[in-house]
Design a protein around this ligand. Structure first.
Ligand SMILES: Nc1ncnc2c1ncn2[C@@H]1O[C@H](COP(=O)(O)OP(=O)(O)O)[C@@H](O)[C@H]1O
Ligand SMILES: [Mg+2]
Length: 400
């Protein structure tokens, strides 16, 4: 650490030497001048922490020197006046000019040493305090800048968040509107579709009624039979459209319910007594789309009609069984069997001269792309294995 610098200004060399001798021993760095003018030069050059100042000096006296250096409490230097002649007025003026102690000659060197070390210690404390104050002011400045910056950031972020929020709100409103619109449009389409199925069913029934009216003019039993078959085919399809507009999603039909209704209708249509020809059904719960249900319904209509019309001729009665099972591989197995007289030998479904069995064969092979087998021992049994048809939106068959 650097030694503290002391500047002695006195026109008496002997005073300078006496003080220098004592101060040097205490590790101070001593500079000296014989008047105020020299003192000013040294003061600016050396920047001492303490000045020991005589008042009466040639060229420039102590008071003039004090005026020139214009001491203020914030300065890094303090001044002790050491004079042989100072009046009380001069002492007062010197204190006004910022000195810290006033000693008269002749002086006690130890008293001076005490005042010197005390003044230097006090100045150092002052300087430390000043440095600390400056540092604190700087820190506060920096803190304020940081706070301002932070406030700016918060403000900017708030604006950004507000904008994002506004955008999101707008998007939510847009989406909600779009959703409402889509729901409304879907509901409208559902209503429309239900209406279409209803009308198709009604139209099929009208055609059926027209056929019914026409039968009044037909006398030939086999032609009448053909009309009845046609009516039942129409009813089979009308029933499907009825089931569709009653269903929840209008795409799939509860096939078990549909088959039960169809069988009831056929029994009524052929005026069959259910205690005479017993009916047993074993139908798995399954929903099937219209594309599969139409050929399936028509097949059941043909096979059950045949059993009711032909199987029990000349017999007391018997049993008709219809079953539908979903197989493990996802296919369906439909069985229609009766305990009647059985088919005549050598029947060829493909080349049958009659429409019913030919229709069954065509529907199974071409529409359902399934397999058809039958057995004529102990009555007649037909069984058909098929997979539900999957249609794409344009109504063409998907690759399966
Ligand atoms: N379950 C059955 N039991 C006895 N004979 C049947 C049965 N199914 C069909 N047949 C016979 O096969 C013939 C052809 O049937 P089909 O092609 O449906 O014509 P349709 O029923 O109009 O006579 C019937 O006329 C009938 O003699
Ligand atoms: Mg038939």
């Amino acid at each position: 650490m650097e030694n503290d610098k002391i500047l002695i200004l006195d026109d008496e060399q002997i005073v300078i030497e006496a003080i220098t001798k004592h101060l040097s021993r205490r590790n101070y760095e001593i500079y000296s001048g014989k008047d105020g003018k020299e003192g000013l030069v040294l003061y600016h050059e050396v920047n001492p922490i303490l000045i020991i100042l005589d008042l009466r000096m040639p060229v420039m006296d102590g008071v003039e020197f004090l005026r020139k250096i214009n001491l203020s409490p914030a300065d890094s230097c303090s001044v002790i006046v050491l004079t042989g002649h100072g009046s009380d007025e001069e002492m007062e003026r010197c204190f006004e000019l910022g000195i810290s102690a006033f000693l008269r000659k002749p002086f006690n060197i130890y008293e001076l040493l005490g005042i010197v070390s005390h003044s230097i210690a006090l100045k150092k404390v002052e300087l430390d305090l000043k440095a600390e104050l400056i540092q604190r002011a700087q820190m506060e400045d920096e803190l304020q800048r940081y706070r301002n910056h932070l406030e700016e950031l918060v403000e900017k972020r708030t604006v950004e968040l507000q904008n994002t929020n506004d955008m999101l709100q707008k998007e939510i409103v847009e989406r909600t509107n779009a959703e409402k619109h889509a729901t409304r449009s879907l509901r409208d389409k559902e209503v429309l579709l239900r209406e279409i199925h209803h009308r198709v069913k009604n139209n099929l029934q009208i055609v059926s009624s027209l056929l019914d009216l026409q039968t009044k003019y037909i006398k030939d039993p086999s032609t009448l039979d053909m009309f009845k078959d046609s009516q039942n085919r129409l009813k089979t399809m009308a029933l499907l459209h009825e089931k569709l507009y009653q269903s929840d999603n209008m795409a799939e039909i509860d096939f078990a319910k549909y088959l039960t209704n169809l069988l009831d209708h056929l029994y009524r249509s052929y005026c069959i007594d259910t205690s005479c020809i017993l009916m047993s059904t074993d139908i798995d719960k399954a929903t099937i789309g219209l594309d599969t249900a139409v050929p399936c319904g028509l097949i059941v209509n043909e096979l059950v009609s045949n059993s009711l019309k032909h199987a029990f001729k000349g017999q007391q009665g018997g049993r008709l069984s219809v079953s539908l099972h979903k197989l493990d591989d996802g296919q369906f197995k439909l069985t229609v069997s009766d305990t009647g007289v059985g088919l005549s030998d050598g029947i060829d479904l493909k080349n049958s001269k009659t429409l019913g069995l030919r229709l069954v064969n065509a529907l199974v092979i071409e529409q359902l792309e399934g397999t058809l087998e039958f057995d004529t021992n102990n009555g007649t049994s037909f069984w058909i294995v098929f997979r539900e048809l999957k249609y794409n939106t344009r109504g063409t068959k998907d690759d399966r």
